[in-house]
Design a protein around this ligand. Structure first.
Ligand SMILES: Cc1ncc(COP(=O)(O)O)c(C=O)c1O
Length: 456
C-alpha cells in the first residue's frame, strides 16, 4: 500500500489493513461514505449488539454513532429483528403495495403533527429531494431558502450551504443552474424577513429545526416560532428536515418537542428502524399534488410524479413499524435522554476541571463537544466562550477533530461524526462511566500535545 502510517498498523490491525488494501482496489475513494475514511484506516465492523460493536480485528467499541443516528433502540433489538425476519419469509420485495405500508403510515400520522398524508422514500436524501419537488409543485415557485451549516442530504438541490465556506458548492459536479435555486443565509430572522420580502420566487424555507448539522450550530425554539410566523405571513412553505430530530426529540420529533407544526417534514433513519427508508409528511392540501384527478392535462403536467422500486419495501416497513411502536411509548427517549444528560454533564465537568476552552452541549439524546484549537483566543479570565455562531462551532480545525476522534477510537469510543454522538435506549450507566474515563484521558492528551486551548 505504500503508506507508512498504514503499514505501521499491520501488527495491531492486520485484518483492517488487508481489507483497506482490497478496498483501495475496488471501492471508489476507498470507502462507502465520505465520513468513513478513518485515521488513517476506515473501521471494518464484524458485528454489533445493543450499545456495542466489534471490528474485524476484534476491537470492541461503545457506539455513539448508532448507524449514523438511525438506531434509537440500539443495535439489533430483538423485536425489530423478529419483525424483519417475519417479513422476509413472506417475500421481501413485492413491487406492490401491502397492508403493512398502511400500518406504518398510520403510526407516522398518529405521531407526527404535520403528517396529514405521507409518502415513502428510501432515505433522508430522497425525502429532501421529494419535499422540494412537492413544495415547488404546490407553490409554483422555484427557490429554496436554507441556513448556513444545515445538511439536508447529498443531492444537488441542497448542494450549497452545509460546508464552510457556506456559499460554495459542497461537491464538484453540481450544475450552476441548480446552485442558483438555493439561497443560503445565516440563521438570522431579520435576514429571513429581508429575503422573503425581496425574493418572490422562494417556494420554501427548509431547515434542520434543532440547528445546523444535527444541532452542532443550535437553534432555539423561539427562533423556530418566529420563523413559523414569518413563513406563514409570506405564504412560503416551512419544511422541517427531521431526519435526525424525527422520533428522537420526542415520539413526534421536533414538532412535538417544540409545539411548532411545519407545513411539511421529511424523515429517515429512525422512521425505518435503521433500515433504508424515509418518508415525506405534510398537510393534506399540499400532499394533494400526488393525487390523480382524472383531468388529463393536470395529471400529466401539474401533479408530482414519484416512483421508487424499493419505496416501503416490506423489510424496512416491518422494522419501521416495530421501532415506531416502541417510540410511541416515549420510554426509549426517557432512558437515552437521561444517559446523554449524564454524558454531557460529565464531559463538561471534565473540560472545566482540565481548564479547557470548550464546552459540551446538545438536546435530548445528542451531545456535541466544542473545543477551541491551541493556542486559542476566545477565553478570557475563567470565563468560557459559549457561542451559537455556526462558523465557530463547525470550524474546529480538521487536525483537532481528527486527533479527538482518533484518540477516542483508540480507547473504544465511536461517534456519529465531527465531535458529537447520540445515545440509544440500549446504552447503560456502565457505558457512560467508561466513556467519561476515556474522554478524560483524551482531553488530557490533547492539552499535553498542545492541540486544544486552555483557559488563561
Ligand atoms: C439532517 C439530515 N438530513 C438529511 C440526511 C440525509 O439522509 P440519508 O443519509 O438517509 O440520505 C442526513 C443524514 O445524515 C441528515 O443528518
Amino acid at each position: 500500500m505504500g503508506d507508512a502510517k498504514i503499514e505501521a498498523l499491520r501488527k495491531t490491525r492486520p485484518r483492517s489493513v488487508e481489507l483497506y488494501s482490497r478496498a483501495m482496489e475496488s471501492l471508489a475513494g476507498g470507502v462507502g461514505h465520505d465520513l468513513r475514511r478513518g485515521h488513517p484506516l476506515p473501521l471494518y465492523m464484524s458485528h454489533a449488539a445493543r450499545s456495542r460493536k466489534w471490528d474485524e480485528d476484534g476491537r470492541e467499541y461503545i457506539d455513539y454513532g448508532m448507524g449514523n443516528a438511525a438506531l434509537l433502540l440500539g443495535h439489533a433489538p430483538p423485536d425489530v429483528c423478529r419483525a424483519m425476519g417475519d417479513a422476509l419469509e413472506l417475500g421481501f420485495h413485492f413491487g406492490n403495495d401491502h397492508p403493512m405500508q398502511l400500518e406504518w403510515a398510520e403510526l407516522i400520522r398518529k405521531l407526527v403533527p404535520c403528517a396529514e398524508r405521507v409518502r415513502f422514500v428510501n432515505s433522508g436524501s430522497e425525502g429532501s429531494m421529494l419535499a422540494l419537488r412537492v413544495a415547488r409543485a404546490y407553490t409554483g415557485k422555484t427557490r429554496v431558502l436554507r441556513f448556513e451549516g444545515h445538511f439536508s442530504g447529498w443531492h444537488d438541490g441542497v448542494g450549497k450551504g452545509a460546508m464552510i465556506p457556506f456559499d460554495q458548492p459542497v461537491s464538484a459536479g453540481i450544475p450552476p443552474a441548480v446552485l442558483d435555486t438555493i439561497e443560503v443565509i445565516p440563521a438570522e430572522l431579520d435576514r429571513v424577513a429581508e429575503v422573503l420580502e425581496k425574493d418572490r420566487d422562494i417556494a420554501a424555507v427548509m431547515l434542520e429545526p434543532s440547528g445546523a448539522s444535527w444541532g452542532t450550530g443550535p437553534l432555539s425554539v423561539e427562533f423556530n416560532e418566529k420563523l413559523r410566523d414569518l413563513t406563514r405571513a409570506a405564504g412560503v412553505l416551512l419544511i422541517y428536515d427531521e431526519v435526525i430530530t424525527g422520533f428522537r426529540y420526542a415520539p413526534g420529533g421536533y414538532q412535538e418537542y417544540s409545539g411548532i407544526t411545519p407545513d411539511m417534514s421529511f424523515h429517515g433513519k429512525i422512521v425505518a428502524g435503521g433500515m433504508p427508508g424515509g418518508v415525506v409528511a405534510g398537510r393534506a392540501d399540499i400532499m394533494e399534488v400526488f393525487d390523480y384527478t382524472g383531468d388529463a392535462h393536470r395529471d400529466r403536467y401539474e401533479r408530482v410524479h414519484h416512483l421508487g422500486t424499493f419505496n416501503a419495501n416490506p423489510v424496512s416497513t416491518a422494522a419501521g413499524i416495530a421501532t415506531l411502536k416502541r417510540v410511541a411509548t416515549g420510554l426509549p427517549h426517557e432512558r437515552a435522554n437521561r444517559l446523554a444528560e449524564r454524558l454531557r454533564q460529565g464531559m463538561d465537568d471534565i473540560l472545566r476541571e482540565e481548564g479547557v476552552a470548550g464546552y459540551v452541549y446538545g438536546d435530548v439524546s445528542i451531545f456535541h463537544v466544542y473545543l477551541e484549537a491551541f493556542p486559542g483566543s476566545g477565553a478570557s479570565g475563567r470565563e468560557r466562550l459559549v457561542t451559537r455562531d455556526v462558523n465557530v462551532l463547525k470550524g474546529i480545525p480538521a487536525p483537532v477533530v481528527a486527533a479527538f476522534q482518533k484518540m477516542l477510537l483508540a480507547r473504544g469510543i465511536d461517534l456519529v461524526s465531527y465531535t458529537g454522538g447520540v445515545t440509544s435506549s440500549a446504552h447503560t450507566d456502565e457505558d457512560i462511566a467508561l466513556t467519561l474515563d476515556a474522554f478524560d484521558d483524551v482531553i488530557r492528551s490533547l492539552v499535553r500535545e498542545r492541540m486544544i486551548a486552555t483557559l488563561k
